[in-house]
Design a protein around this ligand. Structure first.
Ligand code: SAM
Ligand code: SF4
Length: 442
């Protein structure tokens, strides 16, 4: 067993977990291959946040089954692995390894068991005290790197599987986070994104005892790092000091993803979100009053058990009030183990779809208006690549907006020349709901 293939679904934490799993496997002498046919070990890193994501996993496992019998070993990692546990061996008997993210630090031992021929290897314990650190992480993006600062979640939102699939909160020491950032800077990375289900509850386990705002300030001082992003913020633990830190240092990106889920305090209470609409709006107010123009984005769930037309209207009025720069909208999906299972999932699928479509159309109009206000201004774009179809460089602003642009001198990546990884000032000439377009001015 010397080659492996890995496929990843789900959030940025999963994407970064896979990078660390790859690093661990490479350190153990495995080589990564690009398709399952060529691999001895086929790994599948899964998501179970909504029912649809989970269905996809079992469908894909059935497809993998065709490869079974050719001496391959299959492993299921991530949230579905943790949630379904050994039941996966029954549902998909060709699978030999089932491991949740809280067990990845034991991957080397699990590999030894697989190599020894054990065909039922599990890593399902959640009572780990540590975050997953690897001597080597294989990063996909050559310019922007993820850094985990906290794993797991100690909240108990009524709809959410994450506390069951990712276990309790474990913060990394500030020293180890900063060391990783300095190493990344020395390797040429200019942009880092701090990751956690709730970065705001970060608490340095070392005697320094830093909170998130303190860590953020220190990250903004790492020589060579030009942009620091972070996700996700839970509104309950979002403090004014975070806004102050962003105001003080332009290295800290002026973008905050602050998932609200609903505009109705009654529903927020049913969801066990631990804040009211007024509490949430106070946080929005801090950001709107900041010196820097902070971009705010969110997540919305429609059709949560008990959501009346009046509750839904409150979500719509919240969108009007906040004027988000972007949002992810979801139809409520019943999840195993969650407390909302005890509530009646009262709305038919069509009604959830109707509400979601209304949210998305309202938000689209808001984005068209907000983005068009930027026409004529100059923004700094970090270049991520080149789009041959449109003949534009693909950039991203500090507010996390896509800003595609043409360059009067560097028309395209002829002769291998590329602007990717660099920063350019771009005058915005056009705006759509989801992106901006412009022309480089330096
Ligand atoms: N920890 C983050 C927070 O609290 O905001 C987000 C975690 S979750 C991976 C991302 C989003 O998925 C949530 O903000 C929520 O909107 C959505 N989500 C989670 N569980 C859901 C469910 N059962 N049905 C529909 N959407 C869900
Ligand atoms: Fe899920 Fe709530 Fe934790 Fe976010 S804070 S991961 S929504 S339980």
């Amino acid at each position: 067993m010397r080659t492996f293939y890995i496929e990843t679904f789900g959030c940025q934490m999963n994407a970064h977990d896979s990078e660390k799993v790859i690093g661990t496997l490479v350190s153990e002498g495995y080589a990564q291959v690009e398709n399952p046919e060529a691999a001895d070990l086929v790994l599948y890193n899964t998501c179970s946040i909504r029912d649809k994501a989970e269905q996809k996993v079992f469908h894909r496992l059935q497809q993998f089954k065709k490869e079974h019998g050719r001496g391959k070993v299959f492993g299921v990692l991530g949230c579905v692995a943790q949630q379904e546990g050994e039941r996966i061996f029954e549902r998909a008997p060709h699978v030999s390894l089932v491991a949740g993210s809280a067990s990845y630090s034991k991957l080397p031992q699990m590999l030894v068991q697989l190599e020894g021929g054990n065909r039922h290897v599990t890593g399902l314990s959640l009572d780990t005290g540590e975050a997953f650190e690897t001597p080597y992480t294989r990063r996909d993006n050559p310019h922007r790197a993820y850094i985990t600062i906290i794993e797991g979640c100690d909240k108990s939102c009524a709809y959410c599987v994450v506390p069951f699939t990712r276990g309790p909160e474990r913060s990394r020491t500030s020293e180890s986070v900063l060391k990783e950032a300095r190493e990344l800077a020395s390797q040429g990375y200019r942009e880092v994104q701090l990751l956690g289900q709730n970065v705001n509850s970060y608490r340095d386990p070392s005697p320094a005892g830093w909170d998130f705002a303190r860590l953020l300030r220190a990250m903004g001082e790492v020589p060579g790092i030009r942009r620091v992003r972070f996700t996700t913020s839970h509104p309950r633990d979002f403090v004014k000091d975070i806004v102050d830190a962003i105001d003080e240092n332009p290295v800290l990106c002026n973008h905050v993803h602050l998932p609200v889920q609903s505009g109705s305090t009654r529903l927020l209470d049913r969801m066990q979100r631990l804040y009211t609409r007024d509490d949430y709006m106070r946080r929005i107010d801090w950001m709107k009053k900041a010196r820097r123009n902070i971009s705010i984005t969110t997540d919305i769930i429609v059709g949560f058990p008990g959501e009346t037309e009046a509750d839904f209207e409150e979500t719509l009025s919240l969108l009007d009030e906040v004027q988000y720069d972007s949002l992810f909208g979801f139809k409520y999906s019943r999840r195993p183990n969650t407390s909302a299972l005890a509530m009646e999932d009262h709305l038919p699928e069509e009604e959830k779809s109707r509400r979601l479509a209304i949210v998305q159309e309202k938000q689209r109009m808001i984005q068209i208006r907000r983005n068009s206000e930027l026409v004529g201004t100059v923004e700094e774009a970090f270049v991520e690549g080149y789009n041959h179809a449109t003949g534009q460089w693909i950039g991203r602003t500090t507010q996390n907006r896509t800003l595609n642009f043409i360059h009067p001198v560097h028309a395209g990546p002829q002769d291998g020349e590329t602007l990717a990884g660099g920063y350019w000032n771009v005058r915005i000439t056009r705006a759509g709901p989801n992106s901006l377009a412009g022309e480089a001015v330096n």
